[in-house]
Design a protein around this ligand. Structure first.
Ligand code: C5P
Length: 230
């Protein structure tokens, strides 16, 4: 349980919905690239030993960071889908992370994750063999038809929204992602790969303001949230 804990940070997305040609993880948030806020938040956690940032091909915007809070920041090349990037990141981790050792995966686009939520994921997720931050669904859930009309109201109980970080053993996660890849299945998160492999990841409730910054409104909200956390 005391093995060095590394975090893989997929940042190879080309999501440019907000900022023209610049991927969203490099757009300024409170005056600095969004990704730097995320990396500093992770590196400042006392139990995280290093970061593996997964970058896109020909990435001209990576601000560069070798060391944050005295922890190594390494980079590797990602793939076409998020799950390809995560698999590349897990494979590129240094050998000090054993196959039995746990690995965190956290989206570059989630700068507002709280230190206490990461700690709770570690404390509850390790004895459970792995888990993820999330929150139970609180809104009423509708299924839409092709015309955008509400067709049916889905039950809300037992439904959760999945966030990151997600945490699994390096060897098991790598194998689960590889099996999904070989089957041609694009898993939308690590937990989905693990579920397909027969695991039951523990859902650890975290703050709902651990938002994935996607739209211009999200940028404004993330700035507000970060200013309140200081
Ligand atoms: O696109 P989305 O917001 O779901 O991406 C979540 C995270 O995965 C982002 O940090 C993005 O940079 C990363 N990603 C990646 N490789 C891809 C697609 C997305 O690392 N091919």
């Amino acid at each position: 349980m005391n093995a060095p804990l590394w975090c893989v940070v997929p940042a190879a997305g080309r999501g440019t919905r907000v900022g023209g040609s610049i991927p969203k993880q490099y757009l300024p948030l409170a005056g600095r690239p969004l990704i730097l806020h995320t990396l500093e938040r992770l590196a400042s956690h006392p139990r995280i030993a290093g970061l593996m940032v997964v970058l896109g091909d020909n990435d001209a915007h990576w601000p560069g960071a070798d060391l944050l809070y005295g922890k190594p920041v390494l980079t590797t090349l990602g793939g076409a889908e998020r799950c390809d990037s995560v698999l590349a990141g897990v494979r590129a981790l240094p050998p000090e992370v054993s196959d039995d050792g746990f690995v965190l995966v956290h989206d570059a686009a989630r700068p507002c994750v709280r230190e206490g939520d990461i700690t709770r994921l570690l404390d509850l997720g390790m004895p459970a063999g792995g888990g993820l931050l999330g929150a139970p669904l609180r809104d009423t859930l509708k299924r839409a038809d092709d015309a955008g009309r509400s067709e049916v109201t889905e039950p809300r109980d037992h439904r959760w929204r999945a966030f990151t970080p997600q945490m699994f053993r390096r060897g098991e996660l790598s194998a689960a992602l590889q099996v999904a890849y070989a089957a041609g299945v694009t898993v939308s998160d690590e937990a989905m790969a693990m579920e397909r492999a027969g695991f039951a990841p523990l859902l650890v409730e975290g703050a709902e303001d651990n938002i994935k910054v996607t739209t211009a409104t999200d940028f404004a909200l993330a700035e507000f949230l970060l200013s309140r956390m200081k």
